[in-house]
Write a protein that binds this ligand. Structure first.
Ligand code: GDP
Length: 593
């Protein structure tokens, strides 16, 4: 059975290449919106943090109707994948739009998702956007895309990709550069013509893989996924096949499909539809919703084990809590448990202390995104330095090893190799890639990556891209370098400009947000070596210069200006960091005054 009336696609695009503008345009032109209705909700835009970091973490669904066909558009996570999400999302679709800026060309950041899409044998459509730019160079960009596809192992059919030239801004698309166009119609037509319609067995027992979970305080958990086989109805009794082989019963209370940016309640949905369902309170990502009589699970995407953990504890530093709104243990626990619903590769465990939790994830970035999100929501808490999770295998202590992929402009290759060498990385592969970038691949113990991201961004002037996936466990080598500890002191008064996350190497995590005031002499963190200071945290304007002190080496470099080392140390309670929160800053200011 072929669902001729449906096309399921994903969009792969680099930040700023125009994905949001294009989807807005498709929505406007597909007739979902009445002529005078403004599209003010930019749904594909995920959350603020994703945007600032240039990565997408959550995936969102949008649907547009073009003539008789419904096009479901799912957003793909960017290069950061913490729990097999990219693969799950791509399994819902039959084709991908690779959206590329007509001047900038394909970016290495998209390589990870693109490779997965090609491996899954999805049909690519290359959309060259911003052809209105005066510096557009569409033909060269297409050559670059072809090279990239070749390198990522595209098959002949995938290499013969259709091309759509587009100006999302002007709402036009065309399949030949010299064509005239006044709408996105050629894009819609290309999607309908080249992306296969979903097909399968509609009269066989139901199967739907839960790809994402959304939660809603009124209806509880909402499971989103594509119907792989059969049909589903509102109020239907279903079997839920969990990933460990257990089967339990459930009932579909509400059934939705997507329409525009909204969910729409429906009575029935069929094979090929992307649906959202409520009613199964304990549903999880990776589970299969199946027929009660024939409960057959679909293969689920393996989720990597956590490799790094940090302790989250209620903020009990001398500078916190005095002004009232500190988070209680219960709030912290509830928030962390809620995170587990959707953050599938995260683990939360109780600790010996009642007000501290051990949170484990797929790396420092994974945990730091959570920390940042929670801080933006107003939670105040302390975090310990990241620790590697060791594991005993056959009586041998083993440590996690990561497969690290790095894309950097050629001029930075030297410094990256040197730094990673000192962090026990072993180079596996090196190739020159697209757009003047070189690609380096390493095997590296997870401990060697701790604190590396900020160093890497500084070393590559923000131009490097790093991504790692779990490689395996290997016997731990007892060569973890001892690092001395230092204190980071601000010596100018000012305002932190970048929303940054400072990783004091192996000591903890520190946050400085835009507009966070920083006072002279204020301790803003702890670091282990002078070179660990991330000067990028505070960019040039209104800047606060940071200097490290504490380790002999750093002291020699830059003695703290206002405070003596002893005074600095007074503000650090044991191993804890003093977080730069507005409240702590006010507190400190008072003490300094
Ligand atoms: P996203 O990050 O991929 O979602 O990109 P946006 O849709 O937010 O677009 C990024 C920037 O590019 C915005 O300033 C858009 O106005 C601009 N933009 C998008 N499409 C076009 C286009 O076709 N032509 C030009 N000149 N600018 C565009």
């Amino acid at each position: 059975f072929v669902r001729e009336d449906i096309r399921n696609i994903a969009i792969i695009a680099h930040v700023d290449h125009g994905k949001t503008t294009l989807v807005d345009g498709m929505l406007k032109q597909s007739g979902v919106f009445r002529a005078n209705e403004k599209v003010d909700e930019r749904v594909m835009d995920s959350n603020d943090i994703e945007r600032e970091r240039g990565i997408t973490i959550l995936s969102k669904n949008t649907a547009v109707y073009y003539k008789e066909t419904k096009i479901n558009i799912v957003d793909t996570p960017g290069h950061a994948d913490f729990g097999g999400e990219v693969e799950r999302v791509l399994k819902m679709v039959d084709g991908v739009l690779l959206l590329v800026d007509a001047f900038e060309g394909p970016m290495p950041q998209n390589r990870f998702v693109l490779k997965k899409a090609l491996e899954l044998k999805l049909k690519p459509i290359v959309v060259i956007n911003k052809i209105d730019r005066s510096d557009a160079r569409p033909n060269e960009v297409i050559d670059d895309v072809f090279e990239l596809f070749l390198e990522l192992g595209a098959d002949d059919e995938q290499l013969d990709f259709p091309i759509v030239y587009c100006s999302a801004r002007d709402g036009i698309a065309k399949t030949e550069l010299e064509d005239e166009s006044i709408s996105l119609e050629p894009l819609f037509n290309t999607i309908i013509e080249h992306v296969p319609a979903p097909q399968g067995f509609i009269d066989e027992p139901l199967q739907m893989l839960v790809t994402t979970i959304d939660s809603n305080e009124y209806v509880g958990r909402i499971a989103i996924g594509k119907i792989e086989r059969g049909r589903i109805r509102k109020n239907q009794q279903v079997a839920v096949c969990s990933t460990d082989g257990n089967i339990r019963n459930g009932k579909i209370v509400t059934l939705y499909t997507f329409n525009g940016l909204k969910r729409e309640e429906v009575e029935e949905a069929n094979l090929g539809d992307i649906v959202a369902i409520s009613g199964i309170a304990d549903i999880n990502i990776g589970e299969t919703i199946a027929d009660v009589q024939n409960p057959e699970a679909l293969p689920f995407v393996e989720i990597d084990e956590p490799t790094i953990s940090m302790t989250f504890s209620v903020n009990d530093s001398p500078f916190a809590g005095r002004e009232g709104d500190y988070v209680t243990t219960r709030h912290l626990r509830d928030r962390l448990l809620k995170e587990l619903d959707t953050n599938v590769s995260l683990r939360v465990n109780e600790t010996d202390s009642t007000d501290a939790f051990e949170v484990s994830g797929r790396g420092e970035l994974h945990l730091s995104i959570l920390i940042e999100t929670m801080r933006r929501e107003g939670y105040e808490f302390q975090v310990s330095r990241p620790r590697v999770i060791y594991k005993e295998i056959d009586g041998v202590l083993c440590e996690p090893i990561e497969y690290l992929t790095i894309d950097v402009p050629e001029e930075f290759v030297g410094v990256v190799i040197e730094k990673l060498g000192s962090r026990k990385a072993e180079m596996v592969n090196m190739a020159s890639a697209i757009n003047g970038y070189s690609r380096l691949e390493f095997k590296i113990p997870a401990r060697g990556l701790i604190g590396y991201r900020s160093e890497f961004l500084t070393d590559t002037k923000g131009n490097g891209i790093m991504n790692h996936i779990f490689y395996g466990y290997e016997p731990a080598k007892g060569d973890i370098p001892e690092r001395s500890r230092g204190v980071l002191v601000a010596f100018e008064t000012g305002e932190a400009v970048t929303y940054g996350l400072y990783n004091a190497q192996e000591r903890g995590t520190l946050f400085i947000g835009p507009g966070t005031p920083v006072y002279q002499g204020m301790i803003v963190g702890v670091c282990s070596r002078a070179e660990d200071i991330d000067v990028n945290v505070c960019k040039k304007k209104h800047v606060t210069n940071m200097r490290a002190a504490g380790s002999d080496e750093a002291l020699r470099l830059t003695p703290p200006v206002e405070l003596s080392l002893e005074q600095c140390l007074e503000f650090i309670a044991g191993d804890e960091l003093v977080e730069v929160t507005p409240k702590n800053v006010r507190m400190r200011k008072r003490i300094l005054d």
